[in-house]
Design a binder for this molecule. Structure first.
Ligand code: NAP
Length: 278
């Protein structure tokens, strides 16, 4: 089985490393010739070019570009694919992507590996990025059974935890644990920056340690990713942000009233519940 990767960045490059290590021939396509050259030099892919036609011989193509260009790439790629080729993507939202790609290619299945870092590009790619993390497939009732099985077998080899759900359910669930945290973590950084006294701000920046590193990591990452989450999963993100605002209001109210026992039971509940998410 030959594998094609379009978009040799953090996710595309990381998939390429793992599939190549598993013995699959991997052909890459990326926008910039320099990225293609680097991907070959780094050993992520067997060959790479900026030409989608170079993926004609592959059996499975992963589109790993920003969500906003996935359907344009699929449209230009499809004329070069063999009729039994499987097409998938790794976009962080699934509803809109699956809706646009399913009519274009019946052998398409949406996917989303829940792994990443705050860095981008081929130099941030790493092997074993997906091991131990969830990988969600979002077939529709029309997705052919052999397409689902082939993708399950293939991504299962990355040692990830495989899940299957509808694109709508996916978008609703990831709004809570991925898209909302991206926004709230960014809002935390913005709130700190609003400190009016430059001396205090400078000290806060110097005192920041592991707690701030953990809570600000996703908010300090790729802005393109956050804009994409808001644009393509707008309704679910707004729903979760409104609920988050209610939680902040409740917390503020409890502190304003100096109701320390209510605060303690609130924090005890979050302490008890957190492990269920991880
Ligand atoms: P990234 O590191 O910026 O990689 C994206 C790559 O796509 C870039 O290196 C760029 O390559 C290439 N690209 C952009 N436009 C292109 C085009 N028109 N044609 C061909 N290649 C193009 O971003 P990423 O973090 O890997 O994200 C890629 C996808 O993974 C997104 O859809 C995102 O939603 C999803 N995702 C991200 C994470 C995460 O945490 N980062 C997690 C799960 C899923 P050049 O260098 O050649 O321009």
């Amino acid at each position: 089985m030959k594998i094609g990767i379009v978009g040799l960045g953090l996710i595309g490059g990381s998939l390429a490393y793992d599939f190549r290590a598993l013995g699959y021939p991997v052909l890459g396509v990326s926008r910039q010739p320099q990225t293609c050259e680097d991907a070959v030099k780094l050993g992520a892919v067997d060959a790479a070019s900026a030409d989608l036609a170079s993926l004609a011989p592959v059996d499975v193509v992963f589109i790993c570009t920003p969500v906003s260009v996935i359907d344009g790439i699929a449209t230009r790629l499809i004329p070069h694919l063999s009729s039994d080729a499987i097409l998938t993507d790794v976009g962080s939202v699934k509803g809109s992507v699956v809706k646009r790609l399913t009519p274009l290619w019946p052998r398409f299945i949406g996917g989303h590996p829940m792994a990443g870092s705050e860095e981008t590009g081929i130099h941030a790619a790493q092997s074993q990025l997906f091991a131990g993390n969830p990988y969600i497939l979002t077939p529709t009732p029309e997705t052919p059974a052999d397409v689902i099985q082939t993708l399950k077998d293939l991504v299962g080899k990355l040692d990830c935890n495989l899940y299957e759900c509808s694109p709508t359910v996916h978008d609703r669930a990831v709004a809570w644990i991925s898209h909302l945290p991206k926004m709230t973590s960014a809002a935390l950084i913005a709130a700190c920056l609003s400190e009016a006294d430059p001396e205090i701000l400078k000290l806060a920046q110097s005192f920041a340690s592991s707690g701030f590193r953990d809570t600000s990591r996703v908010g300090g990452g790729n802005p393109e990713l956050g804009c994409m989450m808001a644009q393509y999963n707008r309704e679910e993100l707004l729903r979760s942000l409104q609920q988050y605002r209610q939680s902040i209001d409740q917390l503020t109210d409890v502190i304003e009233r100096s109701d320390w026992s209510a605060l303690e039971s609130w924090l005890s509940q979050t302490q008890t519940e957190r492990p269920k998410f991880l």
